[in-house]
Design a binder for this molecule. Structure first.
Ligand code: MRU
Length: 344
């Protein structure tokens, strides 16, 4: 089966190619994006989404948007590069992978101060490709470190989509699931549907079914009763930003799942690449949570499901405190409290 490539270079290397995740599961549509506005909007509107995937999209996208300017004098080119990076960086605030990837691109630019514009563009292209390839490799490593928690017959609960669609590779939370499946273990997944944008039912259920992994969709709020009935062995979720103390921002609703898991004595693991760990942010209170348009809550797939103008709240993420997290499965190993996130 063809791997899912949520973000990649277009075949001619001139565009950012994404799977338009707004159209799934009804339609599989790939789009080639060339302009700064289109690339920014693809991130803002969640056409491309998931913390690692938006980091990769921003890195490739930055190169794509600088291509028309490679004949510019280096001073202008570098100023423009910074301006484009600032636009992309502002597209979504919570996932640290976005600023992490753009900081790597900036460091690459700073490391080649003597380069002319087209030489610098080549260096940036190589760096974006490295970010893409490293993300794929990190997913595999997360899977390898997480495989020990998914023995034959495991029933996994996940929230949102932290699978192949959310990364350049096989995902984070779903990586141990894919590896268990590859190892011929039986694994069953419960996917929270994840209102308001339904990443669980639209995306997680789509990609797991495609891979032949049994998946059952739960409406949000259902998980606790399945835990009580002894139907869930482990919770695996992704992360958008992990603070230095282990507090973790992830899709809204993750915190409730963690509370329920603790109450029922079920292990709750966060799976994330090193690029999601933000040691500069001391704790969850310092994480900026994206607030999205209330229209996403008042309607469902284009149908109004609330009184016109009803007050709603629509934070895209919440913070799960480190004390509710059994461990963080990264590409460098499994970390447990007290978190130090140092790696030698
Ligand atoms: O708003 P989204 O769909 O981008 O939110 C995605 C999540 O919360 C994921 O769990 C997280 O980014 C990790 S993806 C490997």
């Amino acid at each position: 089966m063809e791997p899912i490539r949520s973000v990649q270079w277009s075949p001619d290397g001139r565009a950012l190619r994404i799977i338009d995740q707004r159209r799934l599961p009804l339609e599989f549509v790939e789009r080639d994006l060339h302009t700064l506005e289109d690339i920014r909007d693809s991130i803002t509107t969640l056409a491309v989404r998931g913390a690692p995937a938006i980091g990769v999209a921003a890195a490739i996208g930055l190169v794509v948007t600088m291509q028309p300017f490679e004949q510019e004098p280096p001073v202008l080119f570098r100023a423009r590069l910074q301006a484009h990076a600032a636009v992309l960086n502002a597209s979504r605030p919570t996932a640290v992978n976005l600023s992490w990837a753009l900081a790597r691109m900036a460091a690459c630019s700073d490391a080649h101060l003597a380069a002319n514009s087209s030489e610098l563009l080549m260096k940036l292209r190589a760096e974006a490709t490295r970010i893409l390839e490293e993300d794929r490799a990190m997913c595999e490593s997360i899977g390898a470190h997480g495989l020990q928690f998914v023995p034959d017959g495991t029933r996994v609960l996940t929230h949102c989509n932290a699978g192949a669609l959310a990364t350049a590779g096989i995902g984070t939370a779903l990586a141990p699931v894919y590896l268990a499946h590859r190892a011929d273990r039986q694994v069953f997944v419960f996917a929270d549907e994840t209102r308001p944008l339904l990443q669980g039912s639209r995306l997680t259920a789509w990609e797991l079914s495609r891979a032949g992994i049994p998946v059952t969709i739960l409406t949000d709020g259902m998980a606790a009763s399945l835990m009580r009935d002894n139907e869930i062995d482990i919770v695996l979720v992704g992360a958008d930003r992990i603070a230095a103390n282990g507090d973790t921002a992830n899709k809204i609703g993750t915190y409730s799942v963690a509370v329920a898991a603790r109450h029922h004595g079920i292990p709750f693991y966060v799976c994330a690449p090193w690029s999601t760990i933000d040691r500069a942010t001391p704790n969850g209170a310092a994480i900026v949570i994206e607030q999205r348009d209330g229209a996403e809550v008042r309607s469902l797939l284009g149908t109004t499901v609330a009184p016109i103008g009803a007050a709603v709240r629509n934070p895209a993420f919440d913070v799960t405190p480190a004390e509710l997290i059994t461990g963080v499965i990264t590409d460098k190993g499994v970390y447990r409290a007290p978190y130090s996130f140092t790696y030698v």
